[in-house]
Design a protein around this ligand. Structure first.
Ligand code: UDP
Length: 324
């Protein structure tokens, strides 16, 4: 890393900082006066997401895979560990890097936090609940995960990541936080990301068939990225060390989401059915009472409003030539 001129203020290390959520965190921390070290190996992230900060003195980019150890110079006040493929097609394409970044990458990121005596925040996931047998899912539910199924590479890596994070808290007295992120969407998701909202929006904008997996009765609830970022900032500041769900509790079927996106894009795309992926959770909805109580947080952006902003972003990408 070539460090730009010395700058004052607190420093955040954001692994996965060139990814969808990581890059929004970079924006937020920079806007609050922090110095940001953005670390990414760019397997699913993109420099386009952080291009706006290229000339910013308080921003440094380090191309590195956090699954391998790294020594960073200077003071670091907070480590936010967001590096990981997160879309099912991505973690199926990169099963071993996904396991490694959840296990070795979390270990290395915790090692940095321990050496620098900084706060540590782990990006965990609602996937730790697997295909849940209770709904909504509260943090006290231990989940229903198939460890050897195709999604196990992500689910178990994140479960391990939570375990080692709390071990560092207990053993090394590190101030650690764990956010369990439920489905999140917004600008900077890749067109070919493979998750449901990027798929439906890009298919609808191109007038291609919208691919509904299974009967479409499975449910999800979708949180706009600015709401998630606000929850993460509050969690880092004053949250408990135990995991906290951050997500939008507005649960709906995937079939209904398809119709909503078709209407908002003004598309006449057909809806076609495709096989349901193995171990696709039937229901997912966060219980956000902990976040409400400890962080005074609840989502503010209504689904349609968030979708309209996301559709505007995707229009510029689809027009610019499709896949990226
Ligand atoms: N899905 C779908 N069509 C798509 C992509 C996804 O019907 O083109 C479904 C998928 O089977 C799942 C839900 O949408 O039930 C959310 O999938 P996503 O990949 O966004 O993430 P997940 O919540 O499964 O991690």
């Amino acid at each position: 890393m070539i460090r730009k001129k010395r700058v004052q203020g607190r420093t955040a290390l954001i692994t996965g900082g060139a990814g969808f959520i990581g890059s929004h965190l970079c924006d937020r921390f920079l806007s609050e006066g922090w110095r940001v070290v953005c670390l990414d190996n760019l397997i699913t992230g993109s420099l386009d997401n952080v291009r706006a900060h290229e000339k910013e003195r308080r921003f440094d980019f380090v191309r590195h895979d956090i699954s391998k150890p790294i020594t960073l110079p200077g003071r670091i006040d907070a480590v936010l560990h967001f590096a990981s493929p997160a879309s099912p097609p991505d973690y199926l394409r990169y099963p071993i890097p996904t396991l490694k970044v959840g296990a070795l990458g979390t270990h290395n990121a915790l090692g940095i936090a321990k050496a620098k005596r900084s706060k540590f925040l782990l990006a965990s996931t609602s996937e730790v609940y697997g295909d849940p047998l209770v709904s909504p899912q509260s943090e006290s539910y231990w989940g229903n995960v198939n460890p050897v199924g195709p999604r196990g590479v992500y689910d178990e890596a994140k479960r391990y990541a939570e375990a080692i994070t709390l071990a560092y808290h207990r053993e090394h007295r590190l101030d650690t936080k764990i956010v369990r992120i439920f489905n999140t969407f917004g600008p900077r998701m890749r067109i070919e990301d493979g998750r449901v909202i990027p798929n439906f929006i890009s298919q609808a904008l191109r007038g291609e068939p919208m691919t509904l997996y299974g009967r479409g009765t499975q449910t999800r609830s979708y949180c706009y990225v600015s709401d998630l970022v606000e929850g993460i900032v509050r969690l880092l500041g004053r949250g408990p060390n135990a995991p906290v769900n951050i997500g939008n509790p507005n649960e709906m079927s995937v079939a209904r989401l398809a119709r909503l996106i078709r209407r908002l894009t003004g598309s006449d795309s057909r809806i076609v059915h495709r096989p349901l992926p193995v171990d696709d959770p039937k229901r997912r909805c966060p219980d956000i009472r902990l976040a409400q109580r400890y962080l005074k947080w609840r989502p503010q952006v209504e689904l349609s409003r968030g979708l309209v902003r996301t559709i505007e972003y995707f229009k510029t990408r689809v027009d610019a030539g499709g896949r990226r």
